[in-house]
Design a protein around this ligand. Structure first.
Ligand SMILES: *Cc1c(COP(=O)(O)O)cnc(C)c1O
Length: 426
């Protein structure tokens, strides 16, 4: 973009040539809304409405308990796992969709810890990053407390800078987010995993802010395990079950402590003793939320039809456009870009710091531009290539400039400040 002023017409011209432009109609983007929060809760795929009707009235309403067989209610965790696996180049039989990201991370970390207790006994440190999504830290700390025996969680301030210094022969497992939910910083899956392995530790990735937005190959990453959300960039619906992946080489030796009957080798033999299913199936716990699981497929289907190269190119182009427009039009306001400009280090959202970020985000929402506020003082704007246009980015920055220039955020902030606690979402 350089110093040449971008116009809305120029953005519309880019949209007309966008190879992904056909996908927007598959999503029910509300009229008049510029939705820059698809990295928190993805927009409804239109096909999900029909699917929900079939599941609720047909499979549940009419089929009732017969639907376990007639509608294949036992299959979704593995079937959807194969689809997520294709998107993430994970390899067959390595991924299931089940439970939440928090619960899956607990299972993955516990499984990794067990492997290390056999292979490298005496290592009792789990490493993560202070800025990681809080649930990841709480779950890791909870596991360390449960294990007791001296297990501790060691946090680095900035994984890209400090990880090497934190890796020693006490470290059993490292867990990091591929894309930071806060800054949007992207880590290199392969080189970080290599460094962790060189130190004798196992690598568990959280892909919540990359799946569906940043092309990646779990097979090539060399990583050990991974988890991630489906309700963000994958459009599976609020609280939809998450995914968990385990590399082939660990398939027959990992175990996880939430040993429920769905993970049993013969669930319907109703045996008194647990025997884990072979392979990834042992990561299941109990009966799955069928209605919610059923909706995962519609979003995934759209993502599987999109060219990952186009998705990444558009995500970066929207990010570049957003950054350059903010700098052109809002340069005199106290905004600081916290997201890396470098394409190799950027995910699919852009965050700016502003001393009154919360009030500004509220004032934008009142103008139909839905971004997000994150502590401390961050405005976060998610860029979802399947249903956002260049003109949406233009309109969002237009609204931001107006809010900042007019100072109207001051009123929005004082009127709505009290809502902050209740609105905290991922
Ligand atoms: C969104 C997100 C989660 C959410 O976990 P839930 O169990 O679905 O609440 C976890 N980790 C990261 C890194 C996230 O971005």
């Amino acid at each position: 973009m350089g110093s040449v002023a971008v116009t809305r017409a120029a953005c519309a011209a880019l949209d007309a040539e966008d190879p992904l432009r056909g996908f927007r109609d598959e999503f029910a983007v509300p009229d008049g809304l510029v939705y820059l929060n698809g990295n928190s809760l993805g927009v409804l795929p239109r096909a999900a409405v029909q699917r929900a009707r079939e599941v609720v009235t047909g499979e549940w309403g009419d089929g009732l308990v017969r639907s376990w067989n007639t509608a294949g209610w036992f299959d979704p965790p593995r079937r959807l796992g194969e689809q997520v696996g294709r998107l993430l180049d994970a390899g067959e039989g390595t991924t299931v969709v089940t439970d939440s990201t928090s619960v899956n991370l607990f299972k993955a970390l516990a499984a990794a810890v067990r492997i290390q207790e056999e292979d490298r006994p005496g290592r009792r440190v789990i490493v993560s990053e202070r800025d990681n999504f809080p649930t990841d830290l709480y779950v890791a700390q909870g596991l360390a407390d449960l294990l007791d025996r001296g297990w501790t969680l060691r946090l680095v301030d900035d994984a890209a800078r400090d990880l090497a210094g934190a890796l020693d022969d006490t470290v059993a497992v490292v867990t990091l987010s591929h894309v930071s939910y806060r800054s949007g910083r992207l880590l290199d899956l392969e080189s970080v995993t290599r460094a962790v392995h060189a130190a004798g530790a196992l690598m568990v990735w959280d892909l919540s802010h990359s799946a569906g937005a940043v092309p990646l190959s779990l097979s090539r990453s060399g990583a050990d395990m991974a988890v991630g959300c489906t309700y963000k960039y994958l459009n599976a619906g609020p609280g939809a079950p998450a995914f968990i992946w385990v590399a082939h080489r660990h398939q027959d030796r990992f175990t996880q402590p939430l040993s429920g009957w769905w993970g049993h080798a013969r669930p319907f033999a109703m045996e008194p003793a647990y025997e884990p299913a072979g392979g990834i199936g042992r990561f299941l716990c109990g009966t799955q939320p069928i209605a919610s699981l059923s909706l995962v497929e519609t979003g995934l289907d759209a993502h599987l039809r999109a060219d990952p190269g186009h998705v990444r190119a558009k995500s970066l182009a929207l990010g570049d456009l957003f950054i350059s427009l903010v700098e052109q039009r809002c340069g005199r306001h106290p905004l600081t870009l916290v997201t890396p400009r470098d394409h190799r280090r950027r995910g699919s959202h852009v965050s700016f710091r502003h001393p009154h970020a919360y009030a500004v985000v509220r004032a934008l929402a009142a103008r139909g531009v839905v971004g997000d506020y994150r502590e401390p003082e961050l405005m976060r704007f998610g860029l979802t290539p399947l249903y956002l246009r260049h003109v949406d980015v233009w309109d969002a920055v237009d609204a931001l400039a107006e809010v900042l220039d007019s100072g109207s955020w001051e009123a929005a902030g004082s009127a709505l400040g009290g809502l902050r606690e209740r609105e905290a979402v991922t």
